[in-house]
Design a protein around this ligand. Structure first.
Ligand code: HAM
Length: 423
């Protein structure tokens, strides 16, 4: 049997790492610049942390497709399907509510959801996540959306679109769910099985369905936005107002429904056309009740997450020039057996001095050695045989210009230091 990565997981190979790092460091610049501190939480938590955050219904827990298991001590643990609940658990545990509000926290790392894999949808995927706790004003929502938009722009994207909506206050949601039940219960037999189940558990999520049968049934219904009561409507208008002032382009989306159930009022997504059906690069919103639900003080909060894999997919669509892989400054070629250890030695010392250096692990003839140096992408090659050893020197060849000069071992650092690309 051939060993392979588990379905829905993937390896991030060296050539993909620079783009990956660029996305995370863009986030760090933008979010750090707005006063967010980085927080890393464990990859697994007590299952309760996530179960509480999705509500009491066991069916909804299953619906969230969590990887839950029992450890040897019989504890129920879950691989985190998102950051928010774990970050809020840490926020409460470390008494962070005493910090000046809003407390802004960002994170990055792997998440796990047992979903059906397809383009842009994996079982292990990665997010950059942002949370701002302790402020209930539309300003905190607008700030979060601006940061989301600019994080993606800073990654190099130009064609991402913000969709802004509102899921209303809990009372709006109750009223809207009652409206959906009234409208849909009579025609439930025309809905897909998944939507029939959702109609029973959380009718709002029926609007999430991409199924054509469902779309036909729900097309004429009022959207949550059409039925917002005054306070939630006013909140949304103010968020939109700030975004307008700051020239963050967005579309109002009356149908926006978020997959997770803890949201209230502001809800938003960022989409990108051209990366397949899973076109949401990120999403988030306000979740004022969650911290209290997890046993903390009643603090309002807002936040979002972007999927790193989808951002990279979108970046490839924009045909931005990918960051070229870093090239070695030097490739060291031993021309006889005695030079093998000398090559490794000089490489090690130059690396300690901050240069990027590779070497051949065996004696090479000059032709083969230079070919190998070329393949490594190095800017220079240093070669040594018996003659050079006698003089305590190396033949240093510039692989771009072909120029060659003899340089002493001690002189290599300076000769290369001048030529090495700034890092
Ligand atoms: P979410 O909408 O579930 O929100 O996920 C955010 C983003 O993560 C999605 O837009 C997508 O780019 C990416 N994503 C989600 N699932 C997958 C998957 N299976 N494969 C690849 N990418 C995926 C949340 O996670 C909320 N916790 C965001 C939030 C933070 N709300 C408030 N604060």
């Amino acid at each position: 049997m051939k060993l392979q990565a588990v379905k829905g997981t993937q390896d991030i190979l060296p050539e993909r790492q620079p783009a990956w790092r660029a996305v995370v460091s863009a986030a760090e610049r933008v979010l750090g610049g707005a006063g967010a501190g980085k927080i890393s939480t464990p990859v697994f938590e007590a299952s309760e942390v996530f179960e509480k955050s999705v509500g009491d219904s066991a069916d909804l827990v299953v619906q969230k497709e969590m990887y839950t298991f029992e450890d040897r001590g019989g504890r129920r643990l879950t691989l985190r399907p998102e950051f928010t609940a774990g970050v809020m658990r840490a926020f409460i545990e470390h008494g962070m509510h005493t910090l000046p509000h809003p407390v802004k926290l960002w994170s990055e790392g792997p998440l796990f959801r047992a979903e059906n894999p397809q383009r842009g949808r994996f079982r292990q995927f990665h997010q950059v996540n942002y949370e701002a706790v302790g402020n209930d004003s539309p300003l905190a929502d607008a700030e979060a959306i601006e940061l989301l938009y600019r994080t993606l722009a800073e990654c190099g994207l130009t064609r991402h679109r913000v969709k802004l909506g509102s899921v209303g206050d809990p009372s709006d949601r109750l009223a809207y769910n009652a409206y959906l039940r009234r409208e849909l219960e009579g025609v439930a037999d025309r809905l897909s099985p998944v939507s029939r189940e959702r109609l029973r558990l959380n009718p709002l999520r029926v609007l999430d369905s991409k199924d054509e049968r469902d779309q036909a049934v729900i097309a004429h219904l009022d959207r949550p936005l059409d039925r917002l009561a005054g306070p939630a409507r006013e909140h949304l208008e103010r968020v939109a107002g700030y975004l307008g002032d700051w020239e963050v382009p967005f579309d109002l989306d009356p149908a926006i429904v978020r997959g997770l159930d803890y949201y209230c009022r502001t809800a938003f997504e960022v989409h990108y056309h051209g990366i397949g059906a899973q076109s949401a690069l990120g999403g988030g919103g306000r979740y004022d009740g969650l911290i209290e639900l997890l046993g903390g003080p009643p603090l309002p909060a807002t936040g979002w997450a972007v999927g790193i894999e989808r951002v990279l997919d979108a970046l490839e669509q924009e045909a931005t020039t990918p960051t070229p892989a870093a090239r070695p400054d030097l490739f060291v070629v031993p021309l006889d057996d005695a030079a093998v250890a000398e090559a490794a030695d000089v490489a090690t010392r130059l690396r300690r001095a901050g240069l990027r250096v590779e070497f051949a692990y065996q004696r090479r003839n000059p032709g083969k050695g230079l070919k190998e140096a070329d393949r490594s992408g190095a800017r220079h090659a240093a070669l040594r045989g018996a003659d050079e050893r006698g003089r305590g020197a190396w033949q240093l060849k510039d692989l771009t210009t072909g120029q060659q000069a003899e340089v002493t071992t001690e002189g290599l650092r300076d000769a290369l230091g001048a030529a090495a690309a700034p890092r």
